[in-house]
Design a protein around this ligand. Structure first.
Ligand SMILES: C[S@@+](CC[C@H](N)C(=O)[O-])C[C@H]1O[C@@H](n2cnc3c(N)ncnc32)[C@H](O)[C@@H]1O
Ligand code: SF4
Length: 412
């Protein structure tokens, strides 16, 4: 790139801003799972539900100037365990959203639920409040595996919640994990068969990862070895394909037309406003793209919101990070992305990552033509290596991880 072109391309230029999604973080759980590094904490005593809803509403108000007039295509209540909240609280949050931002009439509105919090009446009330997709944290249908994972629910509760979710919402995702402590190939097959009995429109399959700052990191359980893990992955992939599910993203499988629109927006490097304790946002403006992170501690977040104090820190994504951030997401999509999406979503020409793309192609990790870039089978298998090729010179992108990232884990 010539010096003149280079200096003209220091900041992004957008002709149209990316689609916008809204993420709402609920940071409490019944009990902290030993493998979990999400911003969630055990609920001891009463959850300050009313105060938290007030804080979310104030957060949204403060954020309005940065999304002014933009339509929101999806809402995702993630956690933590949003299903710990009453349906009245979820209803209040959605009413606050509808009163302040233009929400698409067909918006996908997902709520994460834990089978340990399942009550039929409550699920029906969530649906009545406007939740039209439920993401159920089943993890496994095997009580032994659930106990080894420290889950609060057993197989019986997983089945009851699964059946009610399908009946009430229709549009349902099951989160399942594999490579669990002591899990054999036969166990994994049986788990998947149990899930398929419900024919959920969407299935997320995450390999259990051992994260720093978790109990499992301090006291690692015995996990299947790499060969066993690869056998489980192949078996899962085969069984889901035979059952008619499209494997559209590293960990996500869906029946035709049931892909998660909210998560697709992340992987296509769309914009998202994240409200709630510890929530992340990525927002584009005509000449810059910013990242925000909200204060993590729920009590501090509530107090600051009540006092009108700033709730977040933000910074612009630098030019040498944005190619990596785009690829970190886009290369998770098995179909890949159109070449033109790079410029549409980063505001920079594709030449910004030309040399990295050449290197990835030379190693047979991607295939591309003038229309599309997609990971090859090898690239999908060694996704971390592929993503690493796009790291900014001299180090890792801030906040970016090239460890295996489970799908909805990308949901901030
Ligand atoms: C943010 S959690 C929220 C769902 C809900 N709290 C629950 O656990 O049922 C979303 C999903 O991430 C997955 N997950 C969490 N920690 C993980 C880990 N260490 N390795 C792999 N997947 C993980 C689980 O499948 C979980 O359902
Ligand atoms: S895995 Fe889910 S239920 Fe368990 S602590 Fe994390 S967010 Fe809470």
């Amino acid at each position: 790139m010539s010096a003149a072109v280079d200096s003209a391309l220091r900041t992004p230029r957008f002709t149209a801003l990316p689609p916008l999604a809204l993420y709402v973080h609920i940071p409490w759980c019944l009990r902290k799972c030993p493998y979990c590094d999400f911003n969630s904490r055990e609920n001891r005593g009463a959850i300050p539900e009313t105060e938290y809803v007030d804080a979310l509403t104030a957060d949204l108000e403060f954020a309005l100037p940065s999304i002014w007039g933009r339509r929101v295509g999806s809402v995702f209540f993630g956690g933590g365990t949003p299903s710990l909240f009453s349906a009245a609280a979820i209803d209040r949050i959605l009413a606050a959203v509808r009163a302040r931002v233009p929400l698409s009439p067909d918006a996908e509105i997902t709520l994460e639920a834990n089978p340990g919090t399942f009550e039929r009446q409550k699920f029906a009330e969530f649906r009545a409040a406007g939740i039209n997709r439920l993401s159920l944290g089943v993890q496994s249908f095997d009580s032994r595996a659930l106990a080894a994972l420290g889950r609060v629910h057993d197989a019986h509760e997983a089945r009851a919640a699964g059946a009610a979710a399908i009946e009430i919402f229709g549009n349902v995702n099951f989160d399942l994990m594999y490579a669990l402590p002591g899990q054999s190939l036969a166990d994994a097959r049986a788990d998947l068969a149990a899930a398929l009995e419900f024919a959920p429109p969407h299935l997320s399959f995450y390999q259990l990862s051992i994260e720093p700052n978790t109990l499992f990191h301090r006291h690692p359980p015995r996990l299947p070895d790499e060969d066993a893990m690869a056998d489980i992955e192949d078996a899962v992939e085969d069984a889901l394909a035979r059952a008619g599910y499209g494997h559209y993203e590293t960990s996500a499988h869906a029946q035709a037309g049931r892909e998660c629109r909210h998560n697709l927006n992340y992987w296509r490097f769309g914009d998202y406003l994240g409200i709630g304790a510890g929530a992340h946002s990525k927002l584009s403006f005509p000449d810059r793209v910013i990242r925000q992170v909200r204060y993590k501690q729920p009590q501090q977040y509530i107090e600051r919101a009540a006092n009108g104090a700033p709730l977040l820190e933000e910074r612009a994504i630098a030019r040498d990070e944005i190619g990596f951030e785009f690829m970190l997401n886009a290369l998770r999509l098995n179909e890949g992305v159109p070449v033109t999406l790079f410029t549409e979503r980063t505001g920079f020409p594709i030449t910004l990552v030309q040399e990295r793309l050449d290197a990835a192609e030379a190693r047979d990790l991607i295939e591309r033509d003038h229309l599309k870039i997609r990971p090859t089978a090898l690239g999908r298998r060694f996704l971390n290596d592929l993503q690493s090729l796009f790291l900014p010179a001299g180090g890792r992108g801030p906040g970016a991880s090239v460890q295996p990232i489970a799908v909805e884990r990308l949901a901030p």
